[in-house]
Design a protein around this ligand. Structure first.
Ligand SMILES: NC(=O)c1ccc[n+]([C@@H]2O[C@H](COP(=O)([O-])OP(=O)(O)OC[C@H]3O[C@@H](n4cnc5c(N)ncnc54)[C@H](O)[C@@H]3O)[C@@H](O)[C@H]2O)c1
Length: 304
């Protein structure tokens, strides 16, 4: 099965060398055993790959919210760049969206802490460790003013913020034993430049940004980097339905085409481009960067 995926072969053989059990028996491993396996895997040293086009060769990555949009593009890009990748999403389409040797999806509601814990433990049990975590799952609803907010507020805080802390909680112990380990949080342009009617989203994204900054401080002694990227208006995602796009364009008195490039560079940002940034930030180019916030928004005069 791993024959046409060299990184999967490397990851599985390293896991076996470090003492992980074969996939079928992996579920029986306890947390202490998993940590010992991750530590033993790290002790085997960095994985050599002569192809500079595959900076994540032999690493293990998890991407939340990857049934579509930015998350799916990111999982595919990390895989193309050499990692073995597991995507998690509440949407059952995840299992078909990511389905190739070394690239798989599994259903997981990130607001269910025990589901996150067991997904992460399953990944470590199978692959021997964890090196890259992309906190991407998120929702966006706008149109309610602060004095109207109830359930919308609670959902944003639960999915965008609290679930990210739980993801950190259950991945950090393994990342400390990871290979050039790194966390990337998908924030939003709304953190620096919020708008009316989107307080739940903006506050939740400001919260995860602050969480990432504190995580960068806490994890630097373990050489785990934590960075946040701030995209704006990525239209090839489920977040932007054709109706939402048309409504927003009309609000600005613009055509949909003009609205899509409503930034200083007049550049339409795609999921693939955001995925490229995530992979680069997780890789050696950014080896000396932690606690950073990097926009990918075509240039925004309220952010600059
Ligand atoms: N598209 C944009 O314009 C834009 C701009 C800035 C930031 N972002 C951020 O990018 C991230 C990805 O969003 P996208 O634009 O690709 O939209 P998307 O809707 O295509 O992707 C979000 C994914 O998160 C998943 N998800 C939602 N709730 C979940 C839960 N409880 N458990 C597990 N998975 C869950 C969804 O099923 C979906 O697959 C989000 O955090 C979003 O806030 C998007």
């Amino acid at each position: 099965m791993s024959g046409d995926c060299p990184q999967l072969e490397v990851v599985l053989s390293r896991a076996a060398e470090a003492g992980a059990l074969p996939a079928g028996q992996a579920a029986t491993q306890g947390r202490e055993t998993l940590l010992a396996v991750a530590e033993a895997r790290k002790a085997l040293g960095p994985i050599a790959c002569e192809d500079p086009g595959r900076p994540h060769f032999g690493k293990v990555a998890v991407v939340t919210g990857s049934a579509g949009g930015i998350g799916r593009a990111t999982a595919q890009r990390l895989h193309a760049d050499g990692a073995v990748v597991v995507g998690l999403d509440i949407n059952p389409a995840i299992t078909q969206a990511l389905d190739a040797p070394g690239l798989s999806g599994q259903v997981c509601d990130v607001t269910d802490e025990s589901a996150i814990q067991s997904a992460i433990e399953g990944i470590v049990a199978r692959y021997g460790g964890l090196d890259i975590v992309v906190a991407n799952a998120g929702i966006f609803r706008s149109g309610e003013m602060i004095d109207e907010l109830g359930e919308t507020w609670d959902r944003h805080i639960a999915i965008n913020l609290t679930a990210t802390q739980r993801l950190f909680k259950h991945t950090i112990p393994y990342l400390k034993h990871g290979l050039a380990a790194s966390i990337i949080v998908v924030g939003s342009r709304n953190v620096a430049a919020p708008g009316p009617g989107a307080s739940a989203y903006s506050v939740s994204k400001a919260g995860v940004t602050q969480l990432a900054r504190v995580a960068a401080l806490e994890l630097a002694p373990h050489r785990v980097r934590v960075n946040t990227i701030h995209p704006d208006a990525v239209f090839d995602t489920e977040l932007w339905t054709p109706e939402a796009l048309a409504k927003s364009a009309a609000r600005y008195g613009m055509s949909v085409e003009d609205y899509k490039t409503k930034n200083l560079l007049k550049h339409e940002i795609t999921s693939a481009q955001v995925a490229g940034m995530v992979s680069t930030v997780a890789g050696p180019v950014f080896a000396a960067t932690t606690g950073a916030q990097i926009p990918i928004d075509g240039g925004n005069d309220r952010v600059i």
